[in-house]
Ligand binder design. Structure first.
Ligand code: CMC
Length: 393
């Protein structure tokens, strides 16, 4: 009963209006606040893009300096949070750790949980963007049995993240500028993507008035799935499983066979029915990193390039408009940088935090905002009378 539209997967339902990100999936266009993603990736930096997503305009020099300083001021996490990390099993997936630790942030930062106070919302946004790399790096260090490395505020955002992941106290660590610039670009490419599953989750959680840290933890949980952020991990595992170019046709056939349950990971997108504009930049970045690190003969890159070539000429993929998405090349790139596969989705979470918090803030400020409460089509039993246990068959 009732009058509503049945739309599983929300393929044709807009749940909000937004000024942040525009996607034209047929044309393969992605704009943040009007700026094309390739221009931002090539000419801007992640901190500037964070400012843009949060505030709607690119910063001037003074605004940039102020914002950058504010982010670096919040990079440390409360010392007592170390115990959260050490309470996990060493083999815990970093996303499980991040989900738990982010969810606990509201227990430590009471002065930024009042969602009705714009100043507290600004502080919460800055804290989240600043602390997420620290939390992700701590999850990694704990997993490999190395001491936590504190943030260094003399480094830029991404270089600092690299040093928190790869430095050790017993020797100096030098950030490779090519790697740092490439990772910064990867962060930009992942920063926001309008109403994807995890962002919608953050908005839905926030629509009840939940605090921002709890909402971001919900986003992390949703991002983890292999159909969403977990696809970069799944894509690399798939390329490794294929292993050599001669085995590609077998996997293409498997992906086309609906009974196999197998999909080409890093292929296809709900919105893009054309080449994902992020994937183009990602492929270029992948080459830059492999060239800089001497890994251009990486066998998985050969498999990826050949797989892409064959799939793009195959009738099944042409007809269904399945193109490589951002995750297809990101795994190879991140692995070449030294990240283990289990950290790939965590890196996505670091970058997407800015989109989540910008979208959350936009929602709170929206006078049309109401609690998100989807309806359902009930297909269960009609009303019936309760039967006591001793009278049931
Ligand atoms: N390999 C083989 N067939 C596919 C694939 C694929 N990767 N993706 C979609 N299809 C087929 C699917 O079987 C369906 O066929 P049919 O119409 O005959 O039933 C058709 O294409 C449409 O697929 P869908 O599942 O209805 O499309 P969706 O919009 O619900 O799903 C998707 C989008 C991204 C979940 C899906 O393409 C997929 O599972 N891709 C692999 C996982 C992946 O790479 N995810 C990363 C997405 S981009 C990063 C992010 O935003 O998180």
């Amino acid at each position: 009963t009732g009058c509503f539209t049945y739309d599983p997967g929300f393929t044709s339902t807009a749940n909000c209006s937004s000024k942040i990100t525009y996607i034209d999936g047929d044309a393969g266009i992605l704009l943040h606040r009007g700026y094309p993603i390739d221009q931002l990736a090539e000419q801007s930096n992640f901190i500037e893009v964070c400012y843009l997503l949060l505030n709607g305009e690119l910063p001037n020099e003074q605004q940039y300096r102020e914002f950058d300083r504010a982010i670096t001021q919040h990079t440390m996490v409360h010392e007592q949070m170390n115990r959260f990390f050490t309470g996990f099993r060493r083999d815990a997936h970093p996303m499980a750790v991040i989900c738990g630790v982010v969810g606990a942030l509201s227990a430590f930062y009471h002065d930024s949980t009042d969602i009705n106070d714009p100043h507290q919302r600004t502080v919460a946004a800055r804290r989240m963007i600043a602390k997420m790399p620290t939390i992700a790096a701590m999850a990694y260090k704990y997993a490999i049995g190395q001491p936590f490395i504190y943030p260094r505020n003399d480094l830029d955002y991404t270089s600092n993240f690299l040093q928190m992941c790869f430095a050790v106290p017993c020797e100096p660590y030098y950030v490779n500028p090519v790697v740092s610039r490439a990772l910064d670009k990867i962060f930009i490419l992942h920063a926001d993507h309008e109403q994807n599953a995890s962002t919608s989750t953050v908005r839905l959680a926030g629509s009840s008035g939940a605090n921002p840290f709890a909402c971001i933890a919900a986003g992390v949980a949703c991002l983890w799935g292999p159909a969403h952020g977990g696809a970069n991990e799944a894509a690399l595992n798939m390329l490794a499983e294929i292993g050599t170019v001669d085995r590609i046709p077998e996997y293409i056939d498997k992906a086309k066979d609906k009974t196999s349950g197998f999909r080409l990971m890093g292929f296809g997108h709900r919105v893009y029915k054309n080449y994902d504009p992020r994937a183009k930049v990602m492929q270029k970045t992948c080459h830059e990193v492999l060239d800089a690190l001497g890994g251009h003969d990486e066998p998985l890159l050969k498999v990826a390039l050949e797989l892409e070539r064959i799939a793009l000429e195959d009738d099944y993929f042409i007809e269904k408009k399945l193109y490589p998405n951002i995750d297809f090349y990101s795994g190879i790139t991140l692995r070449a940088m030294g990240f283990p596969v289990s950290m790939f989705t965590a890196l996505f979470a670091v970058a997407r935090t800015t989109g989540w918090i910008a979208q959350w803030n936009e929602m709170i400020e929206d006078p049309e905002q109401r609690i998100g409460r989807p309806r359902q089509l009930y297909i269960g039993s009609p009303q019936r009378d309760f039967v006591p246990l001793n009278q049931r068959d």
